[in-house]
Design a protein around this ligand. Structure first.
Ligand code: BJW
Length: 236
């Protein structure tokens, strides 16, 4: 069977109305990344950081997955355990579209992290009012997202899948943040075919074998249909 790893970034959620990070009208146009996406910023000004993430968590209620998310869920139905979707996104659009073989390497907006006991409870409300941790009762919950300088989640599982895959597909990510930005080169070094589906070519370390530019809502369903139509030969 052909093993496929799909890496997704903010670009796949853009057409659902979730802002990207580094595009002209991106999320951080209004926020300096150093003010919100580091542990130091959280220590310095927790209220600003908690309010920023509370607002983004609330905004998830008004967005829905689109054709690209649904196409990846269809691909999982077709090839099951031979697909792993690794998302850098903290939204829940992949799972709402039906993806289950999914890793949130930069965490999830709809989860909190207890600084006191390490619990990671599912969380739909705000954190700014310092609610108690359901596990230990301490009022030390933060968003369960991975900030600069912190270790992303499930790196061993991701790296094992990347080195073992036959096809590596990068969708809607600028290639600006590591370790995710290094996965295409790693997959390629281990013999995988690499594919990029993005609005514009990214800052990737290596040229992709197949680089397509356009909207994720168009490119991803098209690519998935090619894979399924080719009897899961994954374009080889
Ligand atoms: C469309 C589209 C449409 C638009 N259709 N496409 C020097 C060298 C190497 C590494 C480092 C270094 N200095 C520091 C580091 C490490 C650091 C890092 O990478 N820094 C860089 C600034 C260089 N990394 C870390 O600290 C990470 N941890 C770490 O390294 O731990 C140690 C370690 C050691 C050894 C091994 C492994 C680990 C942690 C990184 C945490 C990143 N966190 C954030 C915030 C999460 C919470 C939140 O959401 O607020 O994650 S930062 C932000 O960037 C977020 C994203 O997941 C991530 C990537 O962004 P993404 O998804 O690529 O979005 P954009 O906006 O950049 O791009 C959008 C793309 O979509 C564009 O290309 C558009 O063209 C496209 N697009 N519309 C298709 N409709």
């Amino acid at each position: 069977m052909t093993r496929i790893v799909v890496l997704t970034g903010a670009g796949i959620s853009a057409e659902s109305g979730v802002p990207t990070f580094r595009d002209a009208d991106g999320l951080w146009e209004g926020h300096d990344v150093e003010d919100v996406a580091t542990p130091e910023a959280f220590e310095r000004d927790p209220d600003t950081v908690l309010a920023f993430y509370d607002e983004r968590r609330r905004a998830l209620a008004s967005v829905v997955p689109h054709a690209a998310h649904r196409a990846l869920a269809r691909l999982e139905k077709a090839i099951g355990a031979d697909l792993l979707v690794v998302t850098q996104n903290v939204d829940d659009l992949h799972e709402r579209a039906g993806s289950r073989r999914l890793v949130h390497m930069h965490g999830e907006l709809r989860r909190a992290l207890c600084v006191a006991c390490g619990a990671r409870p599912a969380w739909k409300g705000d954190l700014i009012d310092r609610p108690a941790c359901p596990a230990c009762g301490e009022r030390m919950l933060r968003p369960d997202v991975v900030w600069f300088g912190e270790m992303p989640y499930e790196l061993d599982r991701i790296e094992q899948s990347v080195v073992a895959c036959d096809v590596f597909v990068s969708i809607g990510t600028s290639g600006a943040v590591y370790p995710a930005a290094g996965y295409a080169a790693l997959a390629s070094a281990f013999g995988a075919r690499t594919v990029e589906l993005n609005l514009e070519p990214s800052d990737a370390l290596i040229p992709f074998d197949d680089a397509r530019t356009g909207l994720a809502s168009e490119l991803v369903p098209q690519w998935v249909e090619e894979i399924i139509g080719a009897g899961l030969s994954a374009g080889r």
